[in-house]
Design a protein around this ligand. Structure first.
Ligand code: XMP
Length: 542
């Protein structure tokens, strides 16, 4: 490694080793199939994660790391991006960077605070702007630069800053200015050092993606092999790690665990057993579809555990959301553990953990301890207890990348593009006590919603029905008075499920959904639409 430090979860992934040194977490990429990488140094901007995503959208591997990430490792990168951040360079607490990164011969792009930091470290000066610039601003390109290749003289960009570069470091020139910010972009072309006071990663910067693409071109980084290449390399890697051992995988019905299972199955065949626990809290037709796809089509060992009765018995009288989640999680793990023991000598647990899962659960590089908003349902605690090792083949990928791999693996579209579904299932979409009748009712409503969404062709990231069973309302249906349940419809768009924007569904579609649910689902006399984003709401109601 060339770096001293306490190793932390070295098993975490086949191509990232995370370790801890001096109280901070670092990630080391062991380039097995990914030869080229761009490191994004995280100075705390809320958009740092978005920079990584934008680069990855271009098929290039990018990784978010702390500013203290060791120089020796940065030196392996093809390019370095310094993110924005809330600090002020006049304060001693401001996060700094080892100035040697600017003489590694690697292209560097500083964004917002990143530009100021680069200028500062190289001898420039920073000053508070006369006026804070926030939001949309027009900049004028002052001279030719490779970072702006192919762009017109005037550019719509998005700014959010108080400070700005007031004196350039030696050899730097201004390449764009706005009314309030003379150094809206700077460059030292020969050394391939570039700075932008605005944010190319946000959508509001019209040609932001083009600017990032220009930077990528300057770095000469090669695209990450995806699809077939990824599959081949990943399968080989899994085969080497697992050898002749046995592995087990909990299938949830979603795309992540399915893809993880298929990759491991390709590597070790019969030594993999998948376990699907039918909690009775699933959507309509879910268990049957899993059975068909995994047993008949993919020919993967699959154990289906029918446990509806057990789950309903445990959930009797439980109304508190966290208690519900914990009750379900515990029982799930107990059942899963029992099945693993039955198979015997299982050494590996396969999980479909994604890049964003690691980030949202506060495990990613550089993140602080996140508050527990919800106890997410997973079997992550199991391996330690049972002496198993974790295998997470999708840990570097975003959901949309996993969907592409699912298609490349030949998984049916119904799985590849399946609407995400939480582990605790419909139980956390029934507000109040969970009963078999209520489950039946919400399943019917959810099925109608799915049918209408699919028919309409309207694409959103996720949609579902909620049954607030503690509320009733008066209605009139067929000339008679009813006293029934409402159904809440939720639909939204999101790049990563960390923040979401409620979806503006066409009124005609909402009308159809409402009329079908109230007509066809007995006991429901009202449909309402949830217009809450995240934050302040979360996706699921509980
Ligand atoms: P929240 O409600 O946390 O949901 O904003 C974000 C995304 O995660 C899904 N979700 C879960 N997925 N186990 C899962 O596997 C869980 O316990 C769980 N809770 C929420 C939710 O559907 C959304 O896509």
């Amino acid at each position: 490694m060339g770096v001293r430090g306490e190793f932390y979860t070295p098993e975490i992934n086949r191509n990232i080793i995370v370790f801890r040194a001096g109280g901070a977490y670092f990630a080391k990429h062991v380039p097995i199939y990914m030869q080229d990488i761009i490191y994004v140094l995280d100075f705390g901007s809320q958009y740092a994660h978005l920079i990584v995503r934008r680069i990855r959208e271009m098929g290039v591997l990018a990784e978010l790391v702390t500013p203290q990430f060791p120089l020796q490792m940065l030196a392996e990168a093809r390019g370095i991006i310094l993110s924005g951040g809330p600090q002020n360079l006049s304060e001693s607490s401001a996060l700094r960077v080892n100035a040697s990164i600017f003489s590694l011969g690697i292209p560097v792009l500083g964004i917002c605070y990143g530009q100021q930091l680069m200028a500062y470290e190289l001898g420039g000066k920073i000053q508070s702007s006369k006026r804070r610039e926030y939001g949309h601003v027009e900049v004028t390109l002052a001279r030719k630069s490779r970072i702006f290749a192919g762009l017109g003289k005037k550019q719509d960009v998005w700014m959010s800053h108080g400070d700005a570069v007031s004196k350039l470091p030696k050899n730097f020139t201004i390449i764009a200015s706005s009314d309030n910010c003379p150094a809206a972009a700077v460059a030292y072309e020969q050394r391939k050092l570039f700075g932008l006071q605005f944010h190319p990663e946000v959508m509001h910067t019209k040609n932001g993606q083009k600017i990032l693409a220009n930077f990528i071109k300057i770095t000469g980084v090669k695209k990450t092999p995806k699809g077939r290449d990824f599959i081949e390399k990943s399968v080989e890697e899994i085969r080497q790690r697992i050898g002749n051992d046995r592995a087990i995988c909990a299938l949830s019905g979603g795309v992540d665990s399915a893809v993880a299972a298929v990759l491991v199955h390709k590597a070790i065949g019969k030594n993999l057993t998948c376990v699907y626990v039918d909690t009775g809290l699933m959507r309509a037709g879910e268990t049957e579809s899993i059975k068909k796809i995994f047993r008949s089509y993919l020919k993967i060992n699959l154990i289906i555990v029918r446990a509806e009765k057990d789950f309903l018995a445990r959930l009797k009288g439980v109304v508190d959301p966290e208690k519900k989640r914990k009750t379900i999680g515990e029982l799930f793990i107990r059942i899963f553990e029992k099945e693993a023991k039955k198979i015997g000598k299982v050494k590996w647990l396969v999980q479909g953990t994604l890049y964003t899962d690691a980030v949202s659960s506060g495990k990613s590089v550089g993140s602080k301890n996140a508050a527990v908003i919800k106890s997410h349902h997973n079997v992550g605690g199991l391996p330690k207890r049972m002496g198993m090792k974790l295998i997470e083949p999708l840990r570097d990928l975003y959901k949309y990348e996993v969907r592409k791999i699912a298609v490349a693996l030949g998984l049916p579209k119904s799985i590849a593009y399946r609407v995400p579904f939480p582990g605790p299932g419909l139980a956390i979409r029934i507000i109040g006590e969970v009963t078999r009748d209520k489950l039946e009712l919400i399943r019917q409503a959810d099925k109608i919603l799915s049918e209408e969404m699919e028919k309409s062709g309207v694409k959103v990231s996720q949609y579902f029905a909620v049954l607030p069973s503690t509320i009733r309302s008066v209605g009139v249906q067929g000339d008679a008075r009813t006293y029934g349940f409402p159904i809440i419809i939720r639909a939204f768009n999101t790049p990563d499920f960390l923040t979401v924007q409620w979806a503006n569904l066409p009124h005609k579609l909402l009308a159809k959904i409402s009329s079908r649910i109230t007509n066809e689902v007995e006991g429901v006399n009202r449909v309402v639409y949830d217009i809450t984003s995240k934050p302040p709401g979360t996706v699921e109601w509980e």
